[in-house]
Ligand binder design. Structure first.
Ligand code: ATP
Length: 414
């Protein structure tokens, strides 16, 4: 049996991944991937997944969730990845390109996927596009780094990866223009909340009291209901009606509008950056956060401009104020979006897997900004993550544990 040659391509903020994957699948792949030119490859990536979801929304069937009655769109992110991988493997490709395959996956699935890839690697070339050093597949012995559009072959693995980030943010968190006041100590209360979908229990007797100024980490395996719980807290899930759910002092369904709830919340999840495809400058992006709009269509006031400046100085991006958001690196975009979600000092800041897809250095920088916000503001933070971010300093953890009757919640103190 011929021995397959596997590769890890390390990426960072500068890497042009789309160009690289396009070139790999072209009739003339770049050096040293020329041998792939006449072979059949498959791409396991978020983009491939989005194409199938789009197909499903237009034609009613993604073509890949056979056997399942559930739409691809309504599956949790881990479930979607499972379905995609088994679909890609059905066609027995000669090579498989995996774009950050472990992102959004729980530990159990990560281990199962690693085992599965170990087997596949015996007969299929694997090219792993990788941001975090800890994700490296153990059977891979060839490495390169993608800088912009250029592949660089290093001398050692160590020379490829950044240990972390030592940047210290200079100055304090800027104060909001209009502080939000809330008298109670408890912002959110879920008392014995239950959620089922098509009679399948998802959440079972969830009791969670979230206080002012607290810093929580929310975790749990794929499909355990993290997104569902967040949709209860943001007031978006109609299954919250008739339950013991109190959001910012109002019982869910007691006449408050979705806007009454949402005005108290700053929210960031990486897919939100897709909404900002327009050409907004950084300065305008931050000001639009104060106004809760997606672009900026009014003349900003002096006070708004001053506040935007303070935040941009804090994250060391003031010199980029006139740069288009579109032209930033991924790590910079995440810092700006987190800052934008925080600019009003919302009562509650929700960060949903904000480090997914970031390299080690950018993730460490984002985590230190979140720690700083937690220390220096009165905002409550919920940080959702599958990865244990080494330096994250939450006070409390809410862990969902799957059972046959739906997930239960376990609270621990850090
Ligand atoms: N609209 C829906 N219809 C049917 N099932 C749904 C719907 N929305 C969510 N589910 C199911 O509820 C379960 C919990 O989903 P949820 O997205 O909350 O999990 P999660 O913990 O966020 O998962 P992940 O870590 O994979 O993102 C999953 O099994 C999902 O398939």
């Amino acid at each position: 049996m011929k021995k397959e040659k596997h590769w890890a391509i390390f990426i960072d903020n500068t890497s042009n991944i789309d160009n690289f994957t396009e070139a790999l699948f072209s009739s003339a792949p770049p050096n040293p991937f020329e041998p792939l030119s006449n072979l059949r490859g498959s791409l396991f990536s978020k983009l491939t997944l989005l194409k199938f979801i789009d197909e499903e929304s237009r034609h009613g069937d993604s073509g890949i969730s056979h056997g399942s009655h559930q739409s691809l769109h309504s599956m949790s992110s881990g479930e979607q990845k499972r379905v995609l991988l088994s679909h890609l493997l059905e066609s027995k490709p000669d090579y498989l390109v995996l774009d950050n395959p472990f992102d959004n996956l729980d530990k159990q699935f990560q281990e199962a996927l690693q085992k599965q890839l170990n087997d596949i690697a015996k007969h299929t070339t694997i090219i792993q596009i990788i941001s975090r050093r800890q994700d490296l597949l153990p059977f891979i012995t060839n490495y390169a780094k993608l800088e912009g559009n250029t592949l660089i072959e290093p001398t050692t693995l160590e020379s490829l990866t950044n240990a972390g980030n030592n940047q210290v943010f200079m100055g304090s968190i800027p104060q909001p223009l209009k502080p939000m006041h809330f008298v109670d100590d408890l912002l959110i209360q879920l008392n014995n909340v239950n959620v089922s979908y098509s009679e399948r229990p998802i959440l079972k007797n969830i009791t969670w009291h979230i206080g002012k100024g607290e810093f929580w980490e929310l975790s749990g395996p794929n499909g355990s209901g993290k997104t569902t719980i967040l949709s209860m807290i943001t007031g978006e899930n109609p299954k919250g009606y008739g339950q013991e759910l109190y959001l910012f002092g109002h019982k869910k369904g007691s006449g408050e509008s979705i806007w009454d709830i949402k005005k108290n919340i700053g929210y960031f999840t990486p897919s939100m950056t897709d909404k900002f495809t327009g050409y907004h400058t950084l300065e305008h992006m931050l000001i639009s956060g104060i106004l809760d709009s997606i672009g900026l269509y009014v003349q900003p006031t002096e006070a708004q401009l001053r506040l935007a400046k303070e935040w941009l100085q804090l994250i060391d991006m003031w010199h980029l104020k006139d740069t288009l958001f579109h032209d930033l690196t991924m790590g910079q975009k995440r810092l700006v979006m987190t800052t934008r979600a925080m600019v009003k000092h919302p009562l509650l800041l929700i960060l949903d897997e904000p480090t997914a897809g970031l390299d080690d250095e950018s993730a460490a920088l984002l985590v230190s900004l979140v720690n700083k916000i937690a220390k220096e503001s009165q905002s409550t933070i919920i940080f959702v993550s599958h990865r244990t971010e080494p330096n994250l300093q939450p006070q409390f953890k809410f862990v969902l544990q799957k059972t046959q009757n739906g997930s239960k919640g376990l609270i621990t103190k850090s």
